[in-house]
Design a protein around this ligand. Structure first.
Ligand SMILES: [Zn+2]
Ligand SMILES: [Zn+2]
Length: 339
């Protein structure tokens, strides 16, 4: 069409009357076609479906956390790497998803059930950026992780609220916590309370990732982000009773909650009282101890969830079931011993 217009402008008088008639015809056609194209150009485009959805894999790492995000164009983000014994599971998932490089790796906090598999990941895959909660925790696991980051020259960043990582257009991972000053009086554990909290958004879809955060973390989130909401909540601290408060759930109003915990874990995760609070607000719950790996797929119109296997178990029944968890007893025994 552009070349047609070009020939009209070049030498209109060189043509015979018949040709002129034809050119006039072409010109009318070109103008009409131009008008049509312009109208199409201006009309709001229907939202194209992506060739691949955004995928979030909540990996079944037993008692711990590891979550893999793959963007439609293939950018990969790993949030935590499970306990040491799950390193092979994490590596297998990365290979299965054809990850060649990790654009971002996050350690929500330095507990071994979150960073135990990290060294294996860092030694196997190129990593562009490592995001850390910046908390000091003098264990061999942490020392080896930091050493590997240094040795491999991986860019290292300490999480601050307001940081945003745009995976690709419209898909953003935003840091909500840890806030400053750090929480010093935690309900259970300071490292947990200062976990990195992330909000993944894709258009109108949102997923809140809470690490092992605690009630105090939730209070701060509610104060700082009054309009916070999420379609899906990755439940904090493997469903322990120290998090997932009623006010927090009522603000978020998630449609789906996901708990990552190990079958037969000694901590009584998830706690029955947490499951009761969840059940009062959230319609649907998935658990890695009952469903295996849980995969969320998001396209621009909807999201859907698939599990590794079905379960006949009641997802709303906790592992502590009204008894005190081993985790609680573990803190109480020494206190009694010193009395
Ligand atoms: Zn944990
Ligand atoms: Zn923890």
């Amino acid at each position: 069409m552009l070349s047609g217009r070009g020939s009209l402008n070049d030498a209109p008088d060189m043509h015979s009357p018949g040709q002129r008639h034809l050119l006039a015809f072409i010109a009318i056609g070109a103008v009409l076609a131009g008008a049509l194209l312009y109208a199409l150009w201006r009309a709001p485009e229907p939202i194209p479906l992506r060739r691949h959805p955004l995928e979030i894999h909540v990996l079944d790492v037993g008692q711990g956390d590891s979550l893999l995000i793959i963007s439609p164009m293939g950018k990969a983000v790993l949030i935590d790497a499970g306990p040491p014994e799950a390193a092979d599971t994490v590596l297998a998932a990365l290979r299965r998803e054809k990850v060649h490089e990790l654009n971002l790796v996050v350690a929500t906090h330095p507990h071994a059930d979150h960073i135990g598999g990290m060294v294996d990941v860092l030694e196997t895959f190129p990593v562009k950026l490592f995001l850390d909660s910046g908390q000091v925790h003098p264990t061999r696991t942490v020392a080896r992780m930091l050493e590997t980051i240094r040795e491999r020259g991986i860019a290292f960043l300490i999480a601050e609220p307001g940081q945003e990582f745009e995976l690709e257009e419209g898909i953003t991972l935003r840091v909500l916590a840890p806030m400053k000053p750090r929480i010093v009086r935690a309900g259970r554990d300071r490292l947990n309370a200062n976990s990195i909290v992330l909000l993944l958004t894709d258009g109108s879809f949102s997923l809140l990732l809470t690490g092992d955060s605690e009630r105090e973390t939730e209070k701060r989130l509610l104060r700082t982000y009054p309009s916070l909401s999420a379609n899906i909540l990755k439940v904090a601290h493997h469903g322990s009773r120290y998090a997932t408060s009623r006010p927090f759930l009522e603000r978020l109003r998630p449609e789906v909650a996901i708990i990552s915990c190990g079958a037969g874990n000694p901590y009584g995760h998830p706690a029955q009282e947490t499951l009761d609070r969840l059940r009062a607000v959230v319609p649907t719950l998935y658990r890695t101890d009952l469903h295996g790996e849980i995969t969320i797929s998001v396209d621009r119109r909807s999201y859907w969830i698939e599990t590794e296997y079905p379960t006949s178990a009641d997802v709303w029944v906790g592992r502590s079931s009204g008894h005190r968890s081993v985790e609680d007893r573990a803190t109480e025994v020494p206190e009694r011993a010193f009395r």
